[in-house]
Design a protein around this ligand. Structure first.
Ligand SMILES: Nc1ncnc2c1ncn2[C@@H]1O[C@H](COP(=O)(O)OP(=O)(O)OP(=O)(O)O)[C@@H](O)[C@H]1O
Ligand SMILES: [Mg+2]
Length: 524
């Protein structure tokens, strides 16, 4: 979002209201060591300081700048901050819609004006105090209010605002309530408007739910009353500045080193892989890790609803779909992008998530020479993933017979990697399953790895098991041999424990009615 727009949105109320409202944001949940101590929620004093951005810039003056003799007491300083915030809106109002002004110029301009406002106050301040005040007011007025601090906190991965005074965050993988809060529903709405107008969208009674993105790439969903009954609701999946790597996933127990070796070989051998999992199970993260195995020099086209993938390769084209505009025109769907990508000479197509008719185009692409493609689907087991793909292909509206769809799936998809969030909150690969072909009317699946639940849980309820080989060597490993890809013997080495919950999907399915695909519940 351009700063002018943000300010324009913020300008809604009386001058300075935003500063006051933000200032009432409450104390931080994890006290910032550099902040001047907790302040009661609702109090103007300290609030603005509490919501300021931590000073990441090396040039930021130290908080402990020596006060000049006769410096105002902290209370007076905060009143000054409030007054200066009001005056800033009065002064720069005319420049807000100046589209010729870049964001950085406007920011510099706002800071310059603010300096003059503070100058005019004739309050004795040290150079450091003045610089700090300018920075803090700027951050409060131009940032995202109480969310700013949570956005700046690297340990927070998700922010969930359930109305003005209830904010939950996911911190280090755990859901906790934050003490941050908005001053009022109006304040929250203003911040939401600031976010969505930044990506050229709007939110109001006629379009009360919006997907947007922060300038740093964080994914945002906003929904307002009357649909959100308990007040405006905002969900932010923060963009990982330092995305999880394969070594992290191995460290978390999501996958094993052996499985990572197998998956790397699968990607190198251009197998088509579907990552399957429920909401927030880590599908996109695993897709990113799998994409990192794509050899350098291949032309990769990524297609997403909101860009999240962070590929490190040099030759990457990133495409993002577009919702319709206010008149309901101009929509570009994932499906349009998949079709277009075929004319862009891709070596690999990576689709963030299949959730509609694009699945048909993806399967067709996989079947017509664009192998090595990767995507995710929302489903609870490998078998479910196949059913889900069937349903999604039907959404393309081609009126294909079910058998034809299943044939497409079975010949296009080589591997399904299933992710689940277990009862202990950990995200684990619970299956690596080969799609072998068709048997009668049914797509046959064969597990290569399954999660070992039989290892039980420790005293804290954490699962001790890991995904272990079933002992069945997938047929696709023959392709590795042809391509000269060597796998360590340990990859398919059976674990010592033999109570592994091995399931032979093919045998199970052939014992069933061919038209009744098995459905298993995801482990809880
Ligand atoms: N293996 C993992 N272990 C721990 N945390 C993880 C793991 N994978 C992902 N995460 C974290 O879980 C959150 C959700 O991850 P991700 O976006 O990959 O999930 P998703 O399944 O794609 O979600 P959605 O269904 O919303 O698209 C992120 O904050 C991410 O950092
Ligand atoms: Mg995702």
């Amino acid at each position: 979002m351009n700063l002018a727009e943000r300010l324009a949105v913020a300008r809604g109320g009386p001058a300075g209201e935003v500063v006051r409202a933000i200032a009432a944001g409450g104390p931080p949940d994890d006290a910032d060591p550099s902040s001047p101590g907790p302040t009661p929620p609702g109090s103007v004093a300290g609030g603005a300081a509490a919501t300021r951005k931590p000073p990441p810039k090396p040039a930021a003056p130290a908080r402990s700048g020596a006060p000049v003799p006769g410096s105002p007491p902290p209370d007076a300083l905060l009143k000054l901050k409030d007054r200066a915030g009001k005056a800033l809106f009065d002064r720069i109002g005319t420049r807000l819609n100046d589209s010729a002004m870049s964001e950085s110029k406007l920011l510099a301009y706002a800071r310059e004006e603010l300096s003059q406002v503070i100058e005019g106050e004739k309050v004795p301040l040290s150079v450091e105090e003045r610089a700090r005040l300018v920075r803090e007011i700027g951050d409060d007025v131009l940032g995202y209010g109480p969310l700013q601090r949570l956005l700046d906190d690297a340990n927070v991965t998700e922010i969930m605002v359930n109305g003005a005074d209830t904010i939950f965050v996911e911190r280090d993988g755990k859901l906790v309530r934050s003490t941050a809060r908005f001053a009022s529903e109006v304040h929250l709405r203003r911040v939401i408007e600031r976010i969505v107008s930044g990506v050229g969208r709007r939110i109001d009674e006629s379009s009360p739910l919006v997907d947007a993105r922060l300038p740093d790439g964080s994914r945002v969903n906003a929904i307002i009353p009357p649909l959100a009954v308990s007040g405006s609701t905002l969900t932010i999946r923060k963009f990982a500045k330092d995305p999880l790597q394969v070594s992290d996933l191995i460290g978390f127990g999501t996958l094993t080193a052996e499985m990572a070796e197998l998956l790397e070989a699968c990607v190198t051998a251009r197998l088509n892989i579907i990552v399957s999992g429920g909401t927030g199970t880590g599908k996109t993260t695993l897709l990113n890790v799998l994409s990192s195995f794509i050899p350098k020099g291949e032309r990769i086209i990524t297609i997403e609803d909101a860009v999240e993938l962070q590929l490190q390769q040099e030759h990457v084209v990133r495409l993002e779909s577009r919702p319709p505009n206010i008149e309901g025109k101009g929509q570009i769907t994932i499906r349009d992008l998949v079709r277009n990508s075929l004319r862009m000479r891709p070596d690999r197509i990576v689709i963030g998530e299949c959730r509609g008719g694009e699945s048909l185009d993806m399967l067709q692409a996989m079947n017509t020479g664009h192998d090595g493609s990767l995507s995710t689907v929302h489903s609870n087991s490998p078998r479910d993933a196949v059913s889900r793909l069937e349903t999604l292909v039907l959404m393309a509206g081609m009126d294909l017979p079910l058998r034809a769809i299943r044939e497409q799936i079975s010949s296009a998809v080589d591997v399904i990697v299933q992710l689940s969030r277990l009862r202990d909150g950990s995200r684990r690969v619970t299956y690596v399953t080969e799609v072998q072909g068709m048997e009668g009317e049914v797509v046959t699946l064969q597990d290569a790895f399954v999660f070992d639940y039989s290892a039980g849980v420790d005293a804290h309820g954490r699962f001790l098991g890991k995904p272990v080989p079933t002992g069945v060597r997938p047929r696709f490993t023959d392709r590795f041999r042809d391509l000269g890809i060597e796998l360590s013997p340990s990859v398919f080495a059976l674990p010592d424990r033999r109570e592994t919950p091995f399931r032979d999907h093919a045998a199970e399915l052939s014992a069933r009615s061919p038209n009744a695909p098995e459905r298993r519940k995801a482990p809880r």
